[in-house]
Design a protein around this ligand. Structure first.
Ligand SMILES: [Zn+2]
Length: 75
């Protein structure tokens, strides 16, 4: 039996970090194309990260809404 089966590319990637998810949803990863692509591919395969991403998506939407309304300057 062969045991040298290599995992697909996406499995070689670590789970996506909160930071990367936030950057991705804020559009900060687009300049780094390959990273954003790997992240998207991972999301296609990893349910765990999808659930995580949905939470981050809501968080980022909230942040984005604050930025758009200019309500971030409440200090
Ligand atoms: Zn994952």
């Amino acid at each position: 039996m062969r045991t040298s089966h290599r995992p697909p590319h996406y499995l070689a990637m670590e789970h996506i970090s909160d930071h990367d998810l936030e950057c991705y949803y804020l559009g900060l990863l687009s300049a780094e194309g390959p990273k954003a692509e790997a992240l998207e591919e991972h999301l296609l395969r990893c349910r765990e990260c999808v659930e995580h991403a949905e939470e981050s998506d809501r968080y980022v939407d909230a942040v984005r809404g604050l930025l758009i309304r200019g309500n971030f300057d409440l200090g």
